[in-house]
Structures are given as structure tokens and as C-alpha cells.
Write a protein that binds this ligand. Structure first.
Ligand SMILES: [Zn+2]
Length: 469
């Protein structure tokens, strides 16, 4: 058996592991590289395998850094099934169509720019990653299964998806792979949520693995306790909306973060800890995802299930609107105070959030609240790092709004929560691979595992192949 760490090896995007065993080949995730100048080039470069040779894909969850290259895989010849949870199967059409749309728009813009530079239509310098039609086509290959239900994607392979507590539908995947008379168990953590996270349940403890692949996004950090984080959020909202009479801009992934935030705001209003306020979710995709969330009560935590069951997401004094059309989005520019505007993308790299940043960054009475991980090379990361000026739509924009990083709401377990999850294993896995963390973090967390648990752990490099003896 051989594992190849195709992506998310000493970095946080491009999740993709190739598993090869006696002529069988399957992938765990097929994610897009995001952030940084070379991301597009890496997404379009050839894989170290032929897509047509892949028998099937196991998908941990719907985030684009785990699923975003599936349309390309299918367009280039992959014909097998994409196995994932039923909730993820419902989310994928929304996520991949949106991703394809972003690709098409960026490609058309690049083509126009090049044409105007040369005064004639030219060949675009960058290839189009995939089209909306290709994204829709690959959805035909998706097969959804319930959590905790055995699946046989191949005669030598059994697997079970367990709740990872990260976003709805996210799974830890247990895989039993038979080679001759010997069966070995592989466990892929996918992205693990912290315990107590709103909306979703806690990650499932796993007791056994011969080979474990674990994420490490926050493997070197501890989150603030959730209560302290919520106090901080209340303070920023009070200060900005009531005292300074400004707006708050929150970049958020349409999937996960947005629903979690709405759930917290509803809770805080119910507890009368916040003033009445308007909340605009400026994202048609977030609207769709919120509907899908409500349609899967079986994967939600008790509080969220009750809230959706009673249709109380917008409770007293929380005026919640989803904007759908571009006109509605532009009309938000007239709202000068008293509002929270939530928009994607979560790392400020694209999407409607950039328009809202352009209108608000220059206003000292306003605030930007950063709730999620910001990868190196993204606009969100630069804001967190305290840059004084940014470029948006070819314009220089001074940063006068206050930038608040509120880290405790992360969708990823911190170092101690990861270690807690690892301690549920009754025996050390023979091999433990640490992925999905920036280089220092992943290597550091591998050392932490060696020191604190005494396991054989390593952080593979991008492209590294490991023979499992
Ligand atoms: Zn994720």
C-alpha cells in the first residue's frame, strides 16, 4: 500500500491523498489550492496520477479546499463514484457551481485584460480551471451515505463516515483495506471541529487505526474559551453599532461560519445581551446553504435543531435579511449604521465582501470582524497583520476601520482539542501523518504528538509518497 500526499501537505489547502493498493487507486478529497499567487498554476498543473485510473473518491466535506477540483478530475477522465455523506452530497452542487462561476468570471476578466493590453483579442494566459457545466456534470457521480453506515466502494474496501463536528456533513472517514489475507485500517480525520461548536455536534472519537492522517490547522495554538470569545463579540458589536454608530463587516464562508454566526446572534438576542440590530447576509449561496442546513435536522446540535424547528432564526430584535440580487447588494451601500453585513469570501479574496470592504475600510467608526483562519497571501491575512492600505478594484483604500480578530469561533480544533481527540485511540497507530497545517505548524504538531503521546508521527512534504509496509 502506498500513500501520496498530493496537497495540503505542510499547507492548509489543496487536500488530496492518493491511496494505491495492488492496482486499486482511490483519492481521499480532491481540493483546490487557495490563496497565494501560484494557486491557479498549481490547480491547473497535472496530477501525479491519471484521473481515468482513479477507481473512486472518498470526500470528507464540502469545503472547496477539499472538494474544489472534483469537476476538473471528472472533466479529465475520472468516471468513478464520489462517496460522501448525504448532507455533503446536498451541499456540493451549490459549492461547486459557485466555485465554477468564480473561475469563469476570473477567466473572462483575464481574457479582457489581455485583449485590452494588446488592443486585440488574445489567447488567455491562464487556462480556465472548469466551467459551470463541468461542475454540474460531476455532480452525477456523487453518492451520499448516512453517518455511521457501512459502505463498500470496492470488493476490498469498507468504509464508514463519522461526524467530524466541523461543518454540517463533515466526516472523519474510517477505511478498512484488504490486501491478500491482511486487512488494515486507515483513518482520515478530515477537518475536525472544536467541541461545543454551535450548529454541529462534537467530533466522534475513534478508537483504532493502523494508519492515521490527522489535520493540524491550529496544531500550534490554543483558542480562547468560547465564553470569552462571545463576550468579545458582544463588546465589538455594542461598541460599533451603539456607541460609534458604524457598521460591522464580517467576511464569512457561506458554508459553516455564516450559520454559526446567525445561531450565536440569535442566542445573544434571546439572552438580551445585544441591542436590536439589522443583519444582512449578502450571499445567495449562504441563503441556499442555510436552507440545506435546516433540511438536515439529523446532523444538527440540539439548540440549532430547535431553532429551525420553530422557525425562530430571526427572533425578536434580530432583523435578518438575505440579499439575493446584485441590486439588493448594492443597496446595502446606503446603510450607514447599525448593521452587521456578512458576506463571502471568508478570506476576503473574492466575492461581495470586497465591495463592502471598499465602502467601509476607510470609515473609523466601522469595524471588520475576522472570525476564521486567514491563509498566507490572502487579503484577510493582510488585514489581520495590520496593513494600512489595501488595493481593491484597482483603487488604493486606506484602512481606518478597526480590525478585530476573534479567534475562538474557529471551525477547527485547537492543539489541545486535537490531542484530546487523539487520546481516544486505544493503541498508537503504527503510522501517523500530520497534514492540513502550514509548514511550521504541521511539523510542530507532529513533534507534539511524538513527545506527548509517544507515537510515530511525521508531517509529509507536498508530493511525498510513503510505502506502508
Ligand atoms: Zn473545512
Amino acid at each position: 500500500m502506498r500513500l501520496s500526499f498530493v496537497g495540503a501537505a505542510q499547507e492548509v489547502t489543496g487536500s488530496c491523498i492518493l491511496v494505491e493498493s495492488e492496482g486499486l487507486r482511490f483519492l481521499v478529497d480532491c481540493g483546490m489550492f487557495q490563496g497565494g499567487r501560484d494557486a491557479h498554476a498549481r490547480n491547473t498543473q497535472a496530477w501525479p496520477f491519471a484521473p481515468r485510473d482513479i477507481d473512486f473518491v472518498l470526500l470528507t466535506h464540502a469545503h472547496i479546499d477539499h472538494s474544489g477540483l472534483l469537476p476538473r478530475l471528472a472533466a479529465l477522465g475520472f468516471r468513478g463514484a464520489i462517496h460522501t455523506t448525504r448532507t455533503t452530497a446536498d451541499l456540493l452542487p451549490v459549492m461547486l457551481a459557485d466555485s465554477a462561476h468564480i473561475q469563469e468570471v476570473a477567466w473572462a476578466r483575464a481574457q479582457r485584460d489581455q485583449a485590452s493590453r494588446r488592443g486585440r483579442p488574445g489567447r488567455p494566459a491562464v487556462p480556465l480551471l472548469y466551467t459551470v457545466a463541468q461542475a454540474e456534470a460531476c455532480i452525477e457521480q456523487v453518492h451520499g451515505v448516512d453517518y455511521d453506515t457501512e459502505l463498500r466502494p470496492h470488493e476490498r474496501v469498507r468504509c464508514v463516515f463519522r461526524d467530524a463536528g466541523h461543518i454540517i456533513g463533515a466526516a472523519i472517514i474510517e477505511v478498512w483495506l484488504r490486501e491478500g489475507a491482511r486487512t488494515r485500517k486507515l483513518v482520515f480525520s478530515g477537518d475536525l471541529g472544536p467541541p461545543g461548536r454551535p450548529v454541529v455536534r462534537d467530533p466522534t472519537p475513534i478508537a483504532e487505526a493502523d494508519v492515521l492522517v490527522v489535520e493540524s490547522t491550529y496544531g500550534n495554538r490554543l483558542h480562547r474559551p468560547l465564553d470569552a470569545t462571545i463576550d468579545e463579540l458582544v463588546e465589538v458589536i455594542e461598541e460599533t453599532l451603539r456607541r460609534r454608530q458604524g457598521n460591522i463587516i464580517i467576511p464569512a464562508f457561506a458554508l459553516g461560519r455564516t450559520q454559526e454566526l446567525l445561531m450565536l446572534l440569535a442566542r445573544l438576542r434571546r439572552q438580551r445581551r445585544l441591542p436590536p440590530m439589522r443583519v444582512f447576509v449578502d450571499s445567495p449561496m449562504a441563503h441556499r446553504v442555510t436552507e440545506i442546513t435546516a433540511s438536515h435536522p439529523e446532523v444538527l446540535d440540539d439548540e440549532t435543531r430547535a431553532l429551525f424547528r420553530h422557525g425562530q432564526l430571526a427572533s425578536d430584535g434580530l432583523a435578518l435579511s438575505f440579499t439575493r440580487t446584485v441590486e439588493e447588494s448594492v443597496a446595502l451601500n446606503r446603510v450607514k449604521a447599525g448593521a452587521i453585513i456578512v458576506a463571502a469570501s471568508g478570506m476576503c479574496d473574492a466575492g461581495r465582501i470586497q465591495h463592502h470592504l471598499r465602502h467601509h475600510l476607510g470609515r473609523p467608526e466601522c469595524a471588520v470582524v475576522i472570525l476564521g483562519f486567514q491563509a498566507e497571501g490572502t487579503l484577510g491575512r493582510r488585514l489581520v497583520d495590520g496593513v494600512k492600505r489595501v488595493r481593491l478594484f484597482g483603487e488604493d483604500v486606506a484602512v481606518r476601520a478597526r480590525i478585530h480578530t476573534i479567534g475562538g469561533l474557529s471551525a477547527h480544533a485547537d492543539r489541545d482539542a486535537l490531542l484530546h481527540w487523539l487520546r481516544a485511540f486505544r493503541q498508537p497507530p503504527a503510522q501517523c501523518f500530520v497534514v492540513h497545517g502550514e509548514s511550521e505548524t504541521a511539523r510542530g504538531f507532529a513533534r507534539t504528538i511524538q513527545e506527548q503521546l509517544g507515537w510515530n508521527a511525521q508531517a509529509p512534504a507536498a508530493g511525498q509518497q510513503v510505502e506502508i509496509g
